[in-house]
Design a protein around this ligand. Sequence first.
Ligand code: GSH
Length: 262
Amino acid sequence: MIELYHATMSTCAQKVRMVLAEKQLDWQGHVLDLRSSDQHQPDYLQLNPNGVVPTLVDDGQVVIESTVICEYLDDAYPEPSLKPEAALERARMRQWTKRLDEIIHFYTGVLSGSIAFRHQHLARPADELENYINNIPDPKRRARQREQIEHGMESPQFADAVGVFESFLTDLEKRLSATNWMAGESFSLAEIGYTPYLIRLDELQLWQWMDKRPHVTDLYERIKARTSFKAAYLDWRNDAFCALMAEKGPDAWPKIQEVLAR
Ligand SMILES: N[C@@H](CCC(=O)N[C@@H](CS)C(=O)NCC(=O)O)C(=O)O
């Protein structure tokens, strides 16, 4: 039996749900409430010592790290394959997912947190917020989270995030003007990996960033047309979170333009 510990709006969980849907696998879910610190509870830390979602348990065997989970599912349940046939295209796919893990995921958290989610935290009683921050296991993540909550779009992380996304979107547009999909000629774990991050720009009302990037918009439309998009994302949308992003997002665009003009 496949079990997935996940959260409704988690970008990393969306990737795994999309793979499960593409492969039409049955799974049982355990939903964690990240704002209530379910991910920091001792039982969960036994499964995932990093205190994050997702965690996959397949026939009792634990696999963590969303990109690794997606690759594991593709190896363990090979049909339909979500990796290109050609070695070079597989390498391209992994270059994209490596960039996602090392850079884009973190800076997406900075954008979402600085623009929208900090307001959820700021609305909490001070001692509850302090407790939440102090429970974050990794000291670096703890410090960055505190800075985002306290300073939002004025924090240096925010300007860095804008620069990171600008170069990522430029590279993606260039790539898609040469090949049909990110890794080459087939839909792969590269698109699945990035789907939640394109969704997040959309949720934050930042699609203006794509004004001169028609290939990225076209990619997003093709992804949204897949059946797996519903199972990965639409079925799990949290309306309150989406409403908050829709409310706060428009204030961010002028700030982003200001950073881009520097
Ligand atoms: N590298 C990890 C990152 C996982 C991660 O950051 N998950 C977020 C949700 S997308 C999380 O659980 N955040 C909770 C927290 O930071 O306390 C992976 O890809 O699985």
